[in-house]
Each structure stands twice: as C-alpha cells, then as structure tokens.
Design a protein around this ligand. Structure first.
Ligand SMILES: [Zn+2]
Length: 507
C-alpha cells in the first residue's frame, strides 16, 4: 500500500529521528509475538508503560525540535517518523496520507530598549505582514487602576503623536472598542505596526491577548496592511517606558504539506472498516504530550499489541495532522474518500486527551441523552457510547457524557453520516466541587491545567486515567474489529460479544 513517494518521505523523516527511536532494535516481547485475539489477552499486553514509552518518544521529539510538535514544524515530522517506524517494526504496512494546510508562522515581538526581552505573542486575525524595528509610541494608555481604557478608539487619540518615521509602532491598550477600530486608526495615523496589549483591569485580562482585527463594527473588512501583534498587560507596561524600541516580525501564511499516518490490520470484511484515530500534532505553544500524545499513544500501543490479530473486520488506525488548526488532516482524509470508501467505514473511534491530570471520565454523548449542545450522532453512535458505559460500569467507575460538538477529529466523520464515539478526560473547563468529590483531583482547577500550554509535557498526566482509558481503547478496537453487529447488523465473530468480565483490569 505504501507508494514510492511514501518510501522516499519515510527515509527523509527517519533522518530527523534523532533521539526518539525506542524499541525497534530491542527484540519483540512475548506480548508482541502473541496473537492477542481476546480482550483479556490484549489488555494484559496494552500496559500504561507501553503507552508511556510512546509519549516519552514524542517528548524527546519535541525537545529536539524547539519544544513543540505543531503542524508545519520539524517536531511533527519527527513524531510521524516515530509512528511509522514503530508500526513497521510491528509488521504493519504504513501509508503516509499527505494533505495541504495553511501554515501561519509564529509572530515575533522583541523589546530592544530600554530593557531587552522576547515576548510570547501572536498576529491578530486580519493582521498585515512585515518585519521592522522601530520606536514604540504609546496611544492614550490607562495604566493606573481602574484602567478604563479607550486607547486608540478615537482618531483624536493619535493627535500630537509623531508617526512620520519609517518604522513607528503604535502601542495600544485593549478596552472599549473593537481591535480592528484601534488598528485601523493607528494605520491611518501613519503607524507601520501595532502592538495591542491586554487591558489589565481584571484577573482575566492580564495574560497575552491575540484577537480578531479583521472586521470593523459595521461588518466591513478592516483591510489592514500593517502587522498587528498581541502582548500581555505587563509587557504593555514595559513597552510603554520612555525610549522604547521594539522588533516585530509577522510573515504571511504559506501553504505547506503534512502527513496523516494510516495503518491497517486487514480483515475478512474489508468493506466494514473499523477506524480508530487520534491527532498527533500539538499547538505552537507546547509539546502536546497530553493533547494529544495521550490518545495517539493509546492507539499506537493498541496497534502494536494487535499486530498478530486476524480481525473479522478490517481495522484502520489513523494519526491525524493539523487538528489544532481546525481538524485539517482528518477533514482532508474524509474529503479525499470516494462515496464507496466512506460506505465501507463502519464506525470511527476518536481519542483526544484521555489522561488529563485533573480528569473526569467523559464519553462522547452519541445519543444526546444529556440534551446539551449538539444533537445525537449518526445511527450507531449511541451504541458506541453504550459500549464505553459498559466498560466503566464493569469497573465501577463513574462517567459523564460530553457534548458531541465536533471539536475533534470525529467531526468530519459524523458530518458524512459515519457513527462515531470516543473518550475524553477534560481540557480547559474547571472541575466542580461535586466532580472532585466523585473523581478526586482539585475543584476549581481546569481538568488539564496545562491545556495548550508549554507545560503540556510528559509529566502532565494522570496515570490512573491513562491506564483505564488505554484499556478502554484496546477493548473497543478489538471488540468492533471482531463484531459490529450492534452498530450496523454486520455479523462477525458470533461468540465475540464483549462481556462485562472482559473489561476487568488484568490482575
Ligand atoms: Zn486535542
């Protein structure tokens, strides 16, 4: 299945595989040699240590590549190379599925004087492009409490300020009017770039702000031609000092190609494909070892330990790229399938964040029994939800539904009518006291305090949740690999109906 191009790409990728090649050289374990064709046998072999070894490899990939594994960065390619090598070592034929995406290079903001500093930043949506070093000119700032800023909202705010130079940077404070209004006024006043910093008038308005400046209040486009970057309140205060000089770089987006990784375990029914997927990319702010090294590692370890299994239904594993940019890799994959190929997909299982440190056991609400947010999924999604409910109940573990919102890679599949389901342990939402009483952890803290941050590293994990959910992932993939009768009536291995005792952890 692998094309000449794919072989070439694999060679190139392997070259980037510095310190992350773990197990290929080591001999196969008893587990990997074994046909793990029952849930009991498979769960014995899908261990949290096995899953963690893959997360460790991606941490090393990030460490060797600017600390991140985002789409368009070498850390992502190194992550792909690790998956390819691990699967090939287990005997899989691996396909690289290239897709195009819009790569937005990270913006740069550095203060040069009177103090020096490189500040985390980002380009506002609708920003123009450019690279310049220039004087920073504060515009009607309100730095002292209560900081009721109207900075840049009126053209008169710029009166008396000298923007006649070739590289003048307007420093503007958030507050009162649209970001677009502030930026357009600054450009009209002659600024060659704009820094918008957070308002500082409440605890939620202190950190880095990167917003949308593409549309004016009347709905018309802002048509900005100069760079507009964000900063935190404290950085704004530092930049407002007399004699302030700064360097700004915002490069135009470009089209790049990244790869999804696809690997199959052929079954008798190759027109009744069971898919399990997870995104492999991180955000640009951190290495993404929880989001989504956790889900990617669980399906990788499942694939490794199922390598000798002869399923009834073809099982297809997928590691998606550019999920953090808007489900780009999975959407491209679904869009590239013919109607027949889509018909051949029986169901899709998604695993995105399954070991959050302050976790709750969430199951995608396929039947919309919670009646919140999006409606039910395509026919069959309710049964997948029930499968995972049975899994947790067999272990006396409490669980909750989570909205089938389409915020992860199952979105493109349910959009074309393919039943889907999966697990999630929580991201930026805060745990309630009631939840802490049930699942432990800390009320008032996010389920994942390092969500989309630099601290989403190897240590950002609940081993308890990861262990339980890795078993759930393996149990589901093997069960449906043998029998999807409950989903679509296609008969499988008759006696392979998962019974509750199958879900129990191995002693
Ligand atoms: Zn994610």
């Amino acid at each position: 299945m692998r094309s000449v191009l794919a072989s070439l790409v694999v060679c190139v990728l392997l070259a980037t595989l510095v310190a992350v090649a773990p197990g290929a050289s080591a001999g196969k374990t008893a587990c990997e040699k074994r046909n793990n064709n029952t849930i009991n046998k498979l769960l014995e072999c899908v261990t949290v240590d096995g899953v963690r070894s893959h997360q460790a490899a991606w941490q090393a990939a990030a460490d060797a590549n600017e600390g991140i594994r985002a789409a368009g960065f070498p850390g992502y390619d190194a992550s792909v190379a690790y998956v390819v090598e691990t699967l090939e070592a287990a005997g899989y034929d691996v396909e690289l599925d290239p897709f195009e995406f819009t790569f937005v290079p990270p913006a740069t903001l550095q203060q040069i004087a009177p103090i020096a500093g490189t500040y985390e930043t980002g380009a506002f949506t609708g920003s123009g492009f450019g690279t310049l070093t220039g004087q920073v000119i504060p515009v009607d700032l309100a730095l002292d409490p209560p900081r009721a800023s109207t900075s840049g909202c009126e053209a008169t705010d710029f009166a008396g300020l000298d923007f006649s130079g070739p590289a003048d940077i307007a420093l503007i404070q958030r507050g009162t009017c649209f970001f677009s209004t502030k930026a357009v006024n600054a450009e009209a006043a002659g600024a060659e770039a704009v820094i918008i910093f957070n308002q500082g008038n409440s605890s939620t308005r202190l950190g880095l702000i990167v917003g949308n400046a593409s549309t004016l209040p009347d709905g018309s486009p802002s048509n900005l031609t100069i760079p507009v970057v964000g900063a935190s309140f404290d950085q704004g205060v530092a930049l407002a000092q007399p004699g302030s000089l700064a360097f700004i770089d915002v490069d135009p987006p470009e089209t790049r190609i990244n790869n999804n990784v696809i690997a199959e375990l052929p079954g008798k029914n190759d027109d009744n494909v069971v898919m399990a997927g997870a995104h492999l990319d991180s955000v640009q702010a951190g290495p993404g070892i929880q989001d989504n090294g956790s889900g990617s590692a669980a399906i990788l370890e499942t694939a490794v330990q199922m390598a000798k299994v002869k399923p009834v239904n073809t099982v297809r594993f997928a590691w998606w790229g550019a999920e953090e940019l808007g489900l780009v890799g999975s959407t491209a994959y679904v869009a590239d399938r013919t109607p027949e190929e889509l018909d051949d997909i029986a169901l899709y299982l998604n695993f995105d964040m399954i070991g959050s440190p302050n976790f709750v056991y969430f199951i995608y609400d396929g039947d919309d029994s919670d009646a919140v947010g999006a409606g039910p999924g395509p026919e069959g999604s309710a049964q997948i939800e029930e499968f995972f409910e049975n899994f947790y109940e067999a272990r006396d573990l409490p669980f909750l539904g989570t909205d089938f919102s389409g915020r992860s890679d199952y979105g493109p599949f349910i959009a074309v009518g393919i039943p889907a389901g999966g697990l999630f342990t929580g991201a930026e939402v805060v745990k309630t006291p009631e939840q802490a009483a049930i699942w432990g952890g800390t009320a008032g803290d996010q389920y994942d305090p390092c969500y989309h941050l630099a601290c989403d590293t190897f240590d950002n994990i609940s081993l308890e949740a990861l262990s339980v959910n890795s078993d759930a992932v393996a149990a589901a993939v093997l069960s449906y690999g043998m029998n999807t009768e409950t989903i679509n009536g296609v008969k499988g291995k008759g006696n392979f109906q998962a019974q509750n005792q199958d879900f129990l952890p191995n002693s």
